[in-house]
Design a protein around this ligand. Structure first.
Ligand code: ADP
Length: 267
């Protein structure tokens, strides 16, 4: 095992990342490495900086130079087209007002591989069909994106992100619009793809984070409060400190990860 760890590539390196909105620092000196082959969850209360962190490592917000590295390259030196070949992002709020068909939206995932006047070809169509099948969206292909439910839109955006065929996938609360069946299918899908990828997901549901993650990063007020496997992070003390919530932790009888039961205050 040790030998394997040494060979594991640091796919994303974050070095002393800080970020402020209008002078107010919301990410404070965060350093962390992400490796291929792992599913990472980012948890933490509302306003703790999870989205800002994801936006910094995907260049939606601009981090300071020399704080985010993708395969050893400073993200600030990577063009958006090249970044889109390395990283796909499934954002929190997907607002598409344009009257595109679902098929066209998913095909946009192939844009980074095309020259300016180059059309999509059979190979692109094959790739798009493959990911629409696994996200269960192929039957929606001729519908307009504006006609879909929140959950269907989320799956279409996942198909588009997968069609980018990137090593890194970032998800910002991907399950918020999904019912329980699709939450489980969605996370299982990304987990099944993790062998060749780095998957980093913001998750609100601590029990889902516990089931699916190899590592959990618990953020509190812009800093990493705890990091490690689910048993190292999900404990009474951390949850009390970060969420101000009393909980009982049991062992999930199916996946043997921690299972959280909130204890409401009785007033
Ligand atoms: P989380 O994803 O954990 O809920 P965010 O990263 O969205 O947290 O927000 C972290 C902090 O930054 C919050 O205090 C929030 O109000 C603030 N914030 C988020 N976006 C902006 C923005 N565009 N402008 C100013 N402040 C922001």
């Amino acid at each position: 095992m040790k030998g394997m760890d040494i060979r594991m590539k640091n796919h994303i390196n974050i070095k002393n990342l800080s970020f402020a909105y209008d002078g107010k620092e919301v990410i404070k000196n965060v350093s962390i490495n992400f490796h291929k082959g792992k599913f990472y969850s980012i948890i933490g209360p509302n306003g703790s900086g999870k989205s800002t962190f994801i936006k910094n490592i995907s260049k939606i917000l601009l981090p300071k130079a020399k704080s985010v590295f993708i395969e050893k390259d400073d993200i600030m030196n990577i063009s958006s087209k090249n970044l889109a070949k390395k990283m796909a992002v499934i954002p929190q709020n997907i607002l598409i007002d344009y009257e595109f068909t679902v098929f066209d939206i998913v095909m946009m995932g192939r844009n980074p591989y095309k020259g300016r006047f180059q059309d999509f070809d059979r190979e692109d169509e094959k790739i798009v069909k493959k990911y629409m099948d696994i996200t269960n969206t192929w039957h929606l292909k001729d519908k307009l994106i504006t006609q879909l439910s929140g959950g269907e839109t989320q799956r279409v955006i996942a198909a588009r992100a997968l069609s980018q065929e990137t090593d890194i996938v970032l998800l910002d609360e991907p399950t918020s619009h999904l019912d329980i069946q699709y939450q489980v299918e969605f996370l299982s899908l990304f987990k099944s793809l993790k062998k060749d990828k780095v998957i980093i997901s913001v998750l609100h549901d601590l029990n889902l984070a516990s089931i699916y993650s190899d590592e959990i990063i618990m953020i509190n007020k812009g800093e990493i409060e705890a990091i490690g496997n689910p048993w190292e992070v999900i404990n009474k003390e951390n949850i009390k400190k970060v969420y101000n919530l009393s909980v009982q932790i049991l062992e999930n009888p199916i996946s043997h990860c921690p299972f959280i039961i909130p204890i409401p205050t009785m007033d």
